[in-house]
Write a protein that binds this ligand. Structure first.
Ligand SMILES: [Zn+2]
Length: 284
């Protein structure tokens, strides 16, 4: 026997005394109570965890469905396509490639055969490009996408007017003729040097988004153009990932007619128009 153990005093009849039995029963009750409490706490904790998991996953599912609904409601993603360009033949003299060989600036009297391409805006393009644009806009409309040609062919006089207007603004600010001329040239292309002078460049927006800025890249119209424009002979002229090659900042609204075969081959190459032409001229 050690000092710590409580001696069970024998009762008169040799059994443990009544007080001792009561203490033992109470101890047992306390043990049972603790066990019950522990079980309840464990169940409660498990319940809380389960509820939390359900709430979180429920919120996630709800958020996911909201996102999916927003995506399906506002924008359709188009899978990239592979064009078979095995039969493609490069022709440096192709009129669709005008301007890329350094033939810009065009002469003041450079003839461009134009036609109206958009009835709503009244803008024109070179006649073949205009017909292609009309087909493309009709196809987009059939897919629920509204294209708007906000700028097409700009003749020499129009471009000169834009340039002079800008230059006058800088002259009025006190700049010298030379300074005003140089400053204007950073904002407006000099007459004959804009791709719009060829009638092959199309600034395309959509009624819901008419700004000529990179925000156009978030529209359904832009997504549609990226997927289908090559099938109508148009390419994105100044892509975001080709800025070093084109020397022009990303312009998601500026599309260029090059003809269907060229458009598919250029799109398939992933190159800018000038890189594509330079590569084929080197190879020729
Ligand atoms: Zn443009």
């Amino acid at each position: 026997m050690t000092e710590r153990e409580i001696p069970v005093r024998p009762a008169a009849d040799g059994r443990p005394g009544a007080g001792t039995q009561r203490r033992a029963r109470e101890a047992q009750r306390r043990r049972r109570k603790r066990a019950r409490m522990l079980r309840r706490c464990t169940l409660l904790a498990a319940g809380v965890c389960l509820a939390a998991v359900l709430v979180i996953s429920g919120v996630r599912m709800a958020a996911g469905s909201v996102q999916a609904a927003a995506a399906s409601g506002s924008k359709t993603a188009y899978a990239p396509v592979e064009y078979d360009v095995s039969g493609y033949v490069f022709n440096a003299g192709d009129p669709g490639l005008l301007g890329v060989d350094g033939s810009l600036p065009l002469a003041e009297d450079y003839p461009v055969d134009t036609a109206e391409a958009d009835d709503d805006t009244g803008k024109s393009l070179q006649s073949e490009a205009a017909a292609a644009y009309r087909q493309m806009a009709a196809a987009a409309q059939a897919d629920g996408v509204e294209l708007m040609l906000c700028s097409g062919y700009r003749d020499y006089a129009y471009q000169q007017g834009l340039f002079e207007k800008r230059k006058k603004k800088y002259l009025a600010q006190g700049l010298s003729d030379e300074e005003a001329d140089a400053r204007a040239a950073t904002i407006v292309a000099r007459p004959g040097t804009s791709e719009h002078a060829t009638g092959l460049a199309a600034d395309i927006v959509t009624p819901d988004y008419q700004n000529l800025d990179t925000g156009f890249a978030d529209t359904q119209a832009y997504a549609w153009l990226c997927r289908y424009a090559p099938e109508y002979g148009f390419i994105l002229r100044y892509p975001q990932d080709r800025q070093a090659a084109t020397g022009i900042v990303y312009e998601p609204w500026h599309w260029r007619y090059v003809g269907v075969e060229n458009a598919k081959a250029i799109t398939q190459s992933g190159l800018s128009l000038e890189e594509f032409v330079a590569l084929h001229q080197l190879g020729a």
